[in-house]
Write a protein that binds this ligand. Structure first.
Ligand code: B4P
Length: 190
């Protein structure tokens, strides 16, 4: 089983590249952003809580995300492997993921981080916000907050995987296919 953590700041191309990876390697896509947006759309009490946080560029509490991740993994446990897109986003999510996976005799194989400069992130997110209807992509202050949260809470996750020799970084600038080639190269030479 091959389990990939696709990592990077908001707008770095995690969701975009996940589609190429799924097509080539047949992995199951676990995007916590997508799962949380589905919960938000459902209009449930939990969904309303989630909406307040994601629309303002804040992280959803670890316990809430972990519950969603666990049931998704259990439902797809017979797959060839997972792409964890946007998860883990805190060191405690990373520790929890390791222990949840090891309980099921699984582990993370590799983390690939997409490196994209901040001005490009803002440009991409505002571009998507113009058509997607996503509140968190339409306001420069909220985008700046998401990037700040990334630096404060998410970036330390890199050290967690570096310590396990599972970290690889690629340049996230270029065409979709150029970036995908860099990712495939890391996967195939690991
Ligand atoms: P996500 O849905 O994960 O949002 P994201 O980081 O904006 O997405 P992504 O990085 O995948 O976007 P992409 O670059 O592909 O999270 C949203 C929110 O959910 C978070 O802020 C948080 O509140 C919550 N959340 C999610 N996971 C959580 C967790 N684990 N814990 C707590 N809270 C959590 O696409 C961006 C745009 O760039 C697109 O328009 C795309 O077309 C464009 N693009 C991509 N690659 C490009 C390229 N090479 N060149 C030009 N444009 C490109």
């Amino acid at each position: 089983m091959f389990n990939l953590v696709l990592f990077g700041p908001p707008g770095s191309g995690k969701g975009t590249q996940s589609e190429y990876i799924i097509e080539k390697y047949g992995l199951v896509h676990l995007s916590t952003g997508d799962l949380l947006r589905e919960e938000k759309k459902s209009g449930s009490e939990l969904g309303n809580e989630v909406a307040k946080l994601i629309d303002n560029g804040q992280l959803v509490p670890d316990s809430m995300v972990q519950q969603i991740v666990k049931s998704f993994v259990i439902k797809n446990k017979d797959s060839k492997g997972f792409i964890f897109d946007g998860f883990p986003r805190t060191v405690s999510q990373a520790q929890w993921l390791d222990s949840m996976l090891s309980g099921a005799d699984m582990q993370i194989s590799l983390m690939i981080a997409l490196d994209v400069p901040e001005n490009e992130l803002v440009k991409r997110l505002l571009g998507r916000g113009a058509t997607s209807g996503r509140a968190d992509d339409q306001d420069e202050t909220i985008i700046a907050n998401r990037i700040k949260v990334y630096h404060q809470q998410t970036l330390p996750v890199i050290d967690f995987y570096k310590a396990q020799n599972k970290f690889a970084e690629i340049n996230g600038l270029g065409s979709f296919t150029e970036i995908f080639e860099r990712i495939a190269n890391k996967i195939e030479t690991m």
